[in-house]
Design a protein around this ligand. Structure first.
Ligand code: NAD
Length: 543
């Protein structure tokens, strides 16, 4: 038996490949895009390591060409959810008892597979199924997924090595137990890496999961599940259950074996799940851990000392990369009137220049939004702005869903800092700008802090370093990830641990030890070398 105490050093982040024409990675990717586009697959449920098919099916299509079917998937009913809970329960003993370095080696193997053998598979599936361009897919499906896997191994080691003090007559130890029961992992459509981490973070700490993937991310998520299995994740440790959220959520949260929820998605869904949990509290063996990262209404605050060009370029990237479908995407912006003419000119010019279309054409900076429901919701905000006397559309505003769900990058200027599109999460390529008078800087900072219920990301642009620092302090609770002279998106694992508070979630910082500690229930073990032999205190014997 190998009883060495092992430490995994902090890894380096996965390099982002360039995909230049003619490069090896580009050739492999192009071949795989063609293969996946031309060969629709079947996506079964995977329970206890076995494929399960049900009578109820659905299809996975390309958002940028919605008639093109990529896969047929099977939907879970309550029966399969219960089977998944049972499988996760029976795998719990062997997995949680396994030496943690073996679990770590499985994580690292999965990272290695994604970095090499399956890099192009993960990218092609994310590009076709979730409508991401090459770069957006590479930084998500490949690099961030790998970084989560590798950093968690290293963070887990730090947690396990932390032990309490002992004394000459006693030995004290902490045993970092996995939670007693099953973790419910519920993932969003917009990041393949998050789907991986929602499972693999609890799994690294010895837990087993029932995984409900987002229907609109099924293609990449299914390949991910197959990679986990090839890497050595044993049968039943992760159970892959596509289907309707309410059916799966209802059965899972009703179960006495429910031990925790690892969720990323909208604020509404998380609140709904939390409400269901609180109504079932008496059923559970332990108080379940509820970890949820939810929506944002992320801001860019421009100080009068800002560089206009840097601000404009970062606003465009922060608002429109991946069609604004990032929880961190800039969606409201405060600009001083002294800088507005310059910033406006540059931003409108860039917004008009943006090319949009199919992911197969690498000249497209933007692709389609995820599905018809999202398209209709986003365009309803654009129509609302078009009809309002308090708003002007200064770029974009056009949309078309005849082939794919395409919405032009849209910039709205409003005279009302509480205009609906300044307050609500839209989750699409829509940025609203409020122009303030330079002398109203202070009052505008208050507006920025109090306008939305969210607190996820925010950025300040300023060349005056003291002003930037004051604004950072002033907006302390407005964002869990705050940026100075940078766009509010693009957090990197190990560098900017991610998460926000207020209505944006429980802020357990994905990709760090703060998150991993939520997946353990420590047991303290004290062993005394000299047990007491007399119940009386020493001074009583003097009487
Ligand atoms: P969503 O809330 O619609 O869905 C998230 C997941 O919950 C999906 O798998 C969905 O099927 C499932 N679900 C829905 N109802 C359910 C129920 N009753 N029981 C169980 N599961 C249920 O979110 P989405 O559209 O997939 O993702 C977009 C949202 O995610 C945005 O609000 C975005 O801001 C947020 N998000 C946040 C972060 C973050 O780190 N804070 C990261 C990515 C996305």
């Amino acid at each position: 038996m190998n009883n060495a105490i092992y430490n995994f050093p902090m890894p380096s982040n996965e390099p982002v490949l360039e995909y230049l024409k003619g490069s090896k990675e580009r050739i492999l990717l192009d071949e795989e895009l063609k293969r996946q586009a031309e060969n629709p697959i079947e996506i079964p449920l995977i329970i206890g390591g076995k494929e399960v098919r049900t009578a109820n099916t659905g299809t996975v299509t390309m958002p940028h060409n919605h008639k093109h079917v990529l896969a047929t998937y099977y939907k879970a009913t309550e029966k399969e959810v219960q089977m998944a809970i049972d499988a996760a329960k029976s795998a719990h003993r062997i997995w949680s008892d396994l030496t943690w370095t073996i679990r770590a080696s499985i994580m690292l193997k999965a990272a290695e597979l994604i970095s090499t053998k399956y890099r192009h598979v993960m990218n092609a599936a994310t590009m076709l199924g979730q409508s991401k361009n090459i770069y957006q897919s590479e930084i998500d499906a490949v690099c961030e997924t790998i970084d989560f896997l590798k950093y968690n191994v290293s963070f887990a080691g730090k947690i396990y090595e932390s032990q309490p003090k002992s004394d000459f007559n006693q030995l004290n130890r902490m045993e970092y137990r996995a939670l007693e029961g099953v973790v419910f992992a519920v993932s969003p459509f917009n990041f393949t890496s998050i789907a991986s981490n929602l499972n693999m973070a609890p799994v690294m700490m010895g837990n087993t999961t029932v995984w409900k993937p987002a229907t609109t991310a099924l293609l990449s998520n299914y390949y991910l599940m197959k990679i986990f299995m090839e890497a050595g994740v044993p049968a039943g440790v992760i159970n892959f259950i596509p289907g309707q959220g309410s059916v799966i959520g209802g059965t899972m949260i009703n179960s006495a074996d429910f031990a925790g929820l690892h969720f990323t998605g909208s604020n509404n869904t998380f609140n709904n799940l939390w409400g269901q949990v609180s109504q079932n509290l008496n059923k559970y063996k332990s108080y379940p851990r509820l970890i949820g990262e939810t929506g944002g209404k992320d801001f860019i605050f421009v100080h009068p000392s800002a560089d206009a060009k840097e601000t404009a370029v970062n606003a465009i990237r922060g608002a429109f990369e991946y069609q604004g479908q990032k929880c961190s995407a800039a969606s409201r912006m405060y600009v001083p009137d002294s800088l507005w003419p310059q910033i406006r000119e540059m931003m409108t010019e860039m917004a008009l220049d943006i090319k949009m279309g199919d992911v197969m054409d690498p000249s497209n900076f933007m692709n389609a939004v995820i599905d018809e429901k999202a398209f209709d919701n986003i365009t309803s905000y654009i129509d609302y702005a078009k009809a309002s006397s308090e708003a002007t559309i200064i770029a974009g505003g056009d949309y078309d869903k005849s082939v794919g769900y395409f919405i032009r990058p849209t910039i709205i200027q409003t005279t009302n800092p509480h205009f609906k599109t300044m307050e609500e999460e839209i989750f699409g390529p829509v940025l609203t700008i409020y122009v303030y008078q330079d002398k109203e800087l202070d009052a505008t900072l208050d507006l920025c802090d109090t306008t939305s219920p969210f607190g996820l990301t925010g950025a300040v642009f300023a060349r005056d370093r003291v002003a930037a620092s004051n604004i950072c302090q002033r907006l302390r609770y407005a964002a869990g990830n705050f940026y100075i002279n940078d766009k509010p998106t693009g957090a990197i694992v190990g560098m900017q641990p991610f998460g926000g508070s207020r209505a944006s979630g429980t802020n357990d910082k994905a990709g760090g030890e703060f998150n991993l500690v939520r997946w353990i229930s420590p047991r303290t073990i004290k062993e005394t070398f000299v047990p007491v032999t007399d119940y009386k205190y020493p001074y009583m014997k003097e009487q």
